[in-house]
Design a protein around this ligand. Structure first.
Ligand SMILES: Cc1cc2nc3c(=O)[nH]c(=O)nc-3n(C[C@H](O)[C@H](O)[C@H](O)COP(=O)(O)O)c2cc1C
Length: 184
């Protein structure tokens, strides 16, 4: 179901939403690569590009990732032909200090990924519901990386259920705008 927004905003931003209904047909490698390239074009502090990805598109890799996901996420994400783990490097390469902006930048990369996917007619759904401590061991990345999310990627299912899905609602603008503290 489409969002009911008639404003001058990029159509992919309006149309993107987190579906629970995927078509299991494989995603061509070229499309996966373009979608990942879009993610890497996100800006980042000091151009650190802290984002890291693992793409599970084979049955073996998808099953491995699903072992760490919550049962409620597996229920719908098992149909998605691609699961992408989004990780981030925690320390800056130029000085070895903790990269305060790393999670912010990796989140931006996931945003770019989701919008390029939408432009290509794919749907995405990010999940934080997985065991990030245990899954991390599969990638041998130690304590200097964090896992942020698993992205389900694929074409939308053509089932009737999709028509009844509702995109997540949004807070009012007045609720999200910060106000200056009053001076005494
Ligand atoms: C970091 C992150 C973690 C999320 N974790 C889950 C999850 O574990 N399971 C789930 O069904 N949806 C998850 N979501 C999807 C959100 O619930 C969804 O993006 C939100 O409700 C807004 O809806 P929309 O994406 O359709 O606009 C997650 C989204 C993000 C960005």
């Amino acid at each position: 179901m489409k969002r009911d927004i008639e404003r001058d905003i990029m159509p992919e931003i309006i149309e993107r939403y987190s579906t629970r209904y995927f078509n299991s047909e494989p995603v061509p490698e070229k499309d996966i690569n373009d979608i990942l390239l879009a993610a890497t074009l996100a800006p980042s502090a000091y151009n650190e590009q802290p984002w890291r990805f693992f793409v599970a598109s084979t049955e073996e890799d998808r099953q491995m990732i699903m072992e760490y996901m919550t049962p409620s996420n597996i229920e719908w994400a098992k149909e998605a032909p691609v699961l992408i783990v989004v990780a981030g490097a925690l320390y800056e390469t130029h000085n070895g200090l903790f990269n305060y902006w790393g999670a912010f930048d990796s989140g931006c990369a996931w945003g770019y990924l989701s919008l390029e996917a939408a432009r290509k007619g794919y749907v995405t759904h990010c999940m934080g519901g997985f065991d990030r401590f245990d899954l991390k061991r599969e990638f041998n990345i130690g304590d200097n990386h964090e896992l942020y999310g698993i992205i389900a990627l694929g074409k939308p299912s053509d089932s009737e259920a999709v028509l009844n899905e509702k995109p997540g609602g949004r807070r009012r603008m007045s609720e999200i705008m910060l106000k200056r503290a009053k001076k005494e």
